[in-house]
Ligand binder design. Sequence first.
Ligand code: SF4
Length: 232
Amino acid sequence: MRLYKYKYNASAIIEKAEGMDLKEKAALVVSRLENEYPVAQCTLSYEDAWQLMVSVRLAAQCTDARVDKVTEVLYNRYPTAERLSEAAYDDVFEIVKPCGLGASKTRDILASMKKLCSEYGGIVPDDIDTLLTFPGVGRKSANLIVGDIYGKPAIVCDTHCIRISNLIGLADSDKPDVVEKQLRKIVEPDKGNDLCHRFVLHGRAVCIARRPQCQNCCLNDLCDHAQAVRNA
Ligand code: SF4
């Protein structure tokens, strides 16, 4: 991953900040991050849509690396949604418990796979409202599924997306549903899903929680937080 060595000059910053509306700013953020992280993809490993539904449930309060280790075992043991829907609770619990919240995750996974197989023939729905009726599927997961699986407009409001959007000044809330609405208004629909994947990459590499590397950030001249630090 390439680190962008940002060298700003004050007059350029003032020029850019003046007269720039939020849509323009969002478009610039999108293009800078596209340049910085050419490959934008989900950080969880999966091969089928139902697996993404399961993996994203396991990812709550757990690292993607640990989820991937656990799902390697889980998907080998239960290679289809139908097989997983028929699995014994105790067996699934033993496999997924390293991800934490083992009881509720096992319950949700088994219930969602049963619903998927009995009501949808194993085909993961492609709209957010229907996905929200599945046990354990919230707006973040539903957006991720429609964006990654079906290429539909999506804003995946995870911790990186919320934090970085607020720092830059594209959003002003810590509530995921509010940030999602705010970003949907200003980000081109076909850019939102990949932008959120890139926020994750940027949040890990540069805009790290509690110690953002603003001096190395490609968004420095666009970022409200960096501007406030310069003005302090
Ligand atoms: S300039 Fe600093 S706070 Fe703003 S996005 Fe970059 S690293 Fe984060």
